[in-house]
Design a protein around this ligand. Structure first.
Ligand code: NCD
Length: 349
């Protein structure tokens, strides 16, 4: 039995020889959420708690490779209604690294095709004694709807173009790991801002931690209305490259578009792909991020995706750390006196 003590300085992991099951640390009382639905409603301190917990889990698991047993006996269901490579695997591995059981629910082949409603399906899964649901759906608000109907933790793994909180957290974690405090750091989010849940979660999280955020892309994909959130808007990648500390290169979400927002992919790449030539005009220590899947030659060239400043694969490793932290905070052991009924806004009642 091992336990994580996120409130103690550094990493304090106790092994089976040193502690019994009763000594497993409770989730800190400062974490008052039953679910993780979005970053928009988290406070800066809650985001820091998530990031700090992720850092401790990364260290405690030897870089996300070893197993702990802090979620032993818990069962997590992956409920994915959209394709996923990284997020689904990452949640499953994160849960297993913490000793939980994982069930991958596949919508195709389920009774949804026999007319069962989404909520009835979820309630049937809940009746099997699960502890948390990780949900990805094309419809914005699906995790929020589930949270109103289920009495288990709900984690948003991407709801249409709305939010993708764990992607936002792992992007921010990866930046913070390299640059430290985010205040004063300039982050450019480049690409299909209009359809990107990654962009929304990054914007909320980065602004709360004091970063300067510039969204950049063609006017058809980057509306001036983004300024109301407190970000800067640019349609000219060449003008922002020299002033950014970080560029997060977002995929064009063709699957969410009804009409093509630019004349050709070639023209888009000419104006907005991060290339070796543009890297020459950037700060020498510019960090390159991308949530993946990357389309080489569209938002980023192969040279840049694979360059030493690219954190693209570090992000994937850090995704495990962030998801371990989220799973532990959502379904780890609670201290006395904390109610577990969701008040409808994602907070404990
Ligand atoms: C993102 C997603 O699915 O929203 N990818 C991911 O989760 N790693 C971004 C994307 O699909 O472009």
């Amino acid at each position: 039995m091992s336990s994580i003590h996120p409130s103690s300085p550094g990493m304090a992991i106790q092994t089976a020889a040193m502690s019994g099951p009763d000594s497993v640390e409770a989730v800190p009382a400062s974490w008052t959420h039953r679910h993780l639905l979005d970053l928009e409603r988290l406070t800066p301190d809650e985001i820091r708690l998530l990031l700090d917990t992720a850092a401790r889990f990364k260290e405690a698991t030897g870089g996300c490779r070893q197993k702990l047993s802090v979620l032993g006996g818990r069962t997590i269901v992956n409920l994915f209604f959209e394709n996923s490579t990284r997020t689904k695997t990452s949640f499953a591995l994160a849960a297993r690294r913490l000793g939980a059981d994982v069930v991958d629910f596949s919508a195709s082949g389920s009774s949804l095709s026999k007319g069962e409603s989404f909520i009835d399906t979820a309630k049937n899964l809940e009746a099997m004694g699960i502890d948390a649901v990780v949900v990805r759906h094309t419809t914005p608000g699906t995790p929020h709807l589930l949270a109103q109907h289920l009495d288990v933790g709900v984690i948003n793994a991407g709801d249409g173009p709305h939010e993708h909180p764990t992607q936002g957290l792992l992007d921010i974690f990866s930046i913070r790991e390299r640059l430290g405090d985010l205040s004063g750091v300039t982050v450019g989010l480049v690409g299909d801002i209009a359809h990107s849940r990654t962009a929304r979660s990054n914007i909320h999280g980065l602004l709360k931690l004091g970063a300067r955020v510039i969204v950049c892309g063609p006017p058809t994909l980057v509306s001036p209305r983004w300024r109301q959130y407190g970000v800067e808007v640019s349609h000219d990648l060449d003008s922002i490259v020299p002033i950014c500390d970080v560029l997060n290169l977002l995929r064009i979400q063709f699957e969410r578009q009804n009409t093509r927002p630019f004349p050709s992919v070639r023209e888009y790449a000419h104006l907005y792909a991060m290339t070796a030539e543009r890297m020459e005009r950037a700060r020498p220590d510019l960090l390159i991020l991308a949530p993946g899947p990357i389309n080489r030659g569209v938002e980023v060239t192969a040279e840049v995706a694979d360059c030493p400043q690219s954190l693209i694969l570090d992000q994937v490793t850090n995704g495990l750390a962030v998801r371990m932290a989220v799973l532990w905070l959502v379904c780890g052991p609670r201290g006395q006196g904390i109610k577990t009924v969701d008040a409808g806004d994602g907070r404990l009642g």
